[in-house]
Write a protein that binds this ligand. Structure first.
Ligand code: FES
Length: 107
């Protein structure tokens, strides 16, 4: 399990506990966090689950796959060095306390 904090573009912050194996996209959509859409259901095909990962924790995440990196070219908001797709990040204890910021728009 990991406690993840989502900070929406408005500044609203929500922390949720995610069981291992849940993606950060699932954690957001299941908890009413508006800044992530997840339109493709997590199959890395829509880029509407774009998030900005806390920079000093990037090393705690598995590296992005080639497919994720390609999809990140399609995000609606500015792509940054810490941009990731939330559906491709699965909760594990290593992510405890992680903060992710959400972009102003997903489409
Ligand atoms: S939910 Fe579609 S790419 Fe993440």
């Amino acid at each position: 399990m990991a406690n993840i904090t989502y900070v929406e573009a408005s500044g609203q912050s929500t922390s949720v506990n995610l069981n291992d194996g849940w993606s950060l996209m699932q954690g957001a959509t299941a908890n009413g966090i508006d800044g992530i859409l997840g339109e493709c259901g997590g199959s890395c095909a829509c880029a509407t689950c774009h998030c900005y990962v806390q920079e000093d924790r990037l090393g705690d995440l598995p590296a992005a796959s080639d497919n994720e990196l390609a999809m990140l070219d399609n995000v609606a908001a500015e792509r940054r060095p810490n941009s990731r797709l939330a559906c491709q990040i699965k909760a594990t204890a290593a992510l405890e306390g992680l903060i992710v910021h959400l972009p102003e728009t997903q489409e």
